[in-house]
Design a protein around this ligand. Structure first.
Ligand SMILES: [Zn+2]
Length: 74
C-alpha cells in the first residue's frame, strides 16, 4: 500500500523515506502490529520468568515508543 509524499503528493512506498520524485523526506511508517507483536513476545518472556517489575518497565517503554511512532512528524 503506497502513501502520498508530503511534499508533492506522489505515491511512494511506506518504508521509503526519500521521495523518488521530489526528494522530500517522508518518515517511514511503522505499523502498530509490529509493536504489539514485539510487546506480546517480551511480555510472554518476562511473565515466564515471573518478573512483573521488568514487565511494567518494558511495557512503559513500549507505550512511549508507540506514542513516538504515531506522533505526527514536525
Ligand atoms: Zn515527493
Amino acid at each position: 500500500m503506497p502513501r502520498p509524499c508530503q511534499q508533492c503528493g506522489r505515491a511512494i512506498g511506506r518504508t521509503v523515506e526519500t521521495c523518488p520524485n521530489c526528494g522530500a523526506f517522508n518518515r517511514a511508517e511503522r505499523t502498530l502490529w509490529v509493536w504489539l507483536a514485539g510487546g506480546a513476545i517480551v511480555l510472554t518472556l518476562f511473565l515466564a520468568l515471573g518478573d512483573i517489575g521488568a514487565v511494567l518497565q518494558v511495557a512503559g517503554d513500549l507505550l512511549r515508543q508507540i506514542h513516538a511512532a504515531l506522533a505526527p512528524a514536525p
